[in-house]
Design a protein around this ligand. Structure first.
Ligand SMILES: *Cc1c(COP(=O)(O)O)cnc(C)c1O
Length: 429
């Protein structure tokens, strides 16, 4: 579910009218629904109930302190990919002992910081990194908890930029080399303790089959590493996909239930039902690392139409948000449903391009899409922008970062102030 729907002809987030937020705080503006974030977290947690597990939220999807605090209060763990993300988790009240640290390029400073904070596990992405981790831990006189990321060489059937579990991707260690690496660590790397095994095959997976394929392929390896090296956990990664098209109407549970089986996207109940039985006899603690699933449908980007430009070939709606605010369409052909805050009263749709002000041809939110009438001055919502939205925003074209607002029922809180131009140039000479 998600907390966005029309009420009396106007788009709401929970009990707050979005047009009120747009006039109060300006646009472009990110708005998140706390109830949606919590609902997704709790439903995933419940779907995994048949097995000892922990949901480690992938911080990179949306790292705002208030979002992290919401999840920390629910008892979530965190999957981090930098020292900076660990810093955020700690600031938000999260427990480092429930943090796993992924990423192919951890620096010495980051490793030292994470060791000092006592994280749960370094999810190591190469033999070289494991050796280096051992070296840094030895310098500090500590034992580093570690897991190696196995690359199971399965096709996640997703966009090539977010596919990570094939041999040609930079991530993880080849499946065939894992057992030897754990043996090597046991005999040669006294300052690492192999605590678990990790994998993550890609993002925005909308079919269950790659998950099943990867779990079935790696389960025997996890079992043998447990028997031989006493590992405690297996993290099966994140990657659970969400609905981007028709995301507004799909927010209602009734809509989901009424979809024919073949067209129904991967539901979290299905994920749990397929995955849990394949894991429960292993006797390992199972970690999942969802990012997009938790926050993706929980956020929208509000933007105001500035101009309608009628070209000879096309009509452009020029809006005040750009690819610097939301880069997914430019970066991975991401689709965001576009809906006016004022509910259209007519069914007329015309093909338009919604584009931003950035000096790049890739700066568009849709091309030739049939949309209801949008006039200059109207505010629209780019749906499902809660994940990899603000987190990837930049100051390109010297545009200040947008503000972020968190809605909880009938309360709205600015959880990140809009940057000023002084903020943008602070630190420059
Ligand atoms: C990005 C990432 C995730 C989260 O992916 P989602 O598709 O947002 O669920 C989980 N684990 C690792 C290691 C990642 O890099």
């Amino acid at each position: 579910m998600h907390g966005f729907s029309y009420k009396n002809g106007s788009l709401f987030c929970e009990d707050i009218e979005l047009s009120t937020l747009a006039s109060e705080y300006g646009t472009p503006l990110y708005v998140y629904s706390a109830a949606t974030i919590l609902d997704h977290y709790r439903r995933l947690d419940a779907a995994l109930n048949g097995v000892d597990h922990e949901v480690a939220y992938a911080v990179k999807a949306n790292s705002n302190l208030s979002v992290l605090r919401l999840l920390a209060n629910e008892g979530a763990g965190f999957d981090i990919v930098s020292g900076g993300e660990l810093f955020r988790v700690i600031k938000a009240g999260g427990d480092p002992a429930h943090c796993t640290f992924a990423g192919v390029g951890k620096t010495k400073e980051e490793i030292v910081y994470a060791l000092e904070q006592g994280i749960y596990s370094f999810n190591v992405e190469s033999a070289e990194e494991l050796t280096y981790l051992n070296e840094v831990a030895a310098e500090l006189g500590v034992i580093a908890p570690a897991a190696v990321r196995v690359n199971p060489n399965v096709d996640a059937q997703t966009h090539k930029y977010i596919s990570t579990g094939k041999s040609e991707n930079k991530f993880g260690v080849d499946f065939e080399a894992i057992a030897g690496l754990y043996d090597h660590a046991a005999s040669h790397l006294p300052n690492v303790r192999m605590r678990g095994l990790q994998m993550h095959i890609g993002s925005q997976l909308t079919s269950i089959s790659p998950f099943i394929e990867a779990v079935e392929k790696v389960a025997p390896l996890a079992a043998s590493l447990k028997a031989k090296h006493g590992i405690e956990f297996w993290s099966i990664g994140g990657g659970i996909g969400i609905i981007y098209k028709e995301s507004l109407e799909s927010g209602s549970l009734d809509w989901w239930e009424n979809q024919p089986e073949v067209e129904r996207p991967l539901t979290i109940e299905r994920y749990g039902k397929e995955i849990v039985p394949r894991l429960k006899d292993l006797g390992l603690k199972i970690l999942v690392e969802p990012g997009r699933f938790i926050v993706g449908n929980a956020g929208v980007l509000l933007t105001r139409c500035l101009y309608e430009k009628k070209g000879s070939a096309k009509t452009f709606k020029i809006v005040d948000a750009g690819m610097n605010d939301l880069i997914r369409p430019a970066l991975y052909e991401g689709h965001h449903e576009i809906v006016p805050l004022k509910q259209p009263t007519s069914d007329v749709r015309k093909p338009v391009d919604v584009v931003g002000p950035i000096c790049e041809s890739g700066d568009f939110f849709c091309q030739n899409r049939e949309l209801p009438d949008i006039q200059p001055g109207d505010t629209i919502a780019l749906m499902s922008a809660g994940a990899y939205g603000f987190a990837m925003a930049s100051n390109y074209n010297t545009r200040p970062l947008p503000a972020e607002v968190l809605v909880e029922g009938s309360t709205s809180t600015v959880i990140r102030k809009r940057q000023t131009l002084e903020d943008v140039i602070a630190g420059e000479l």
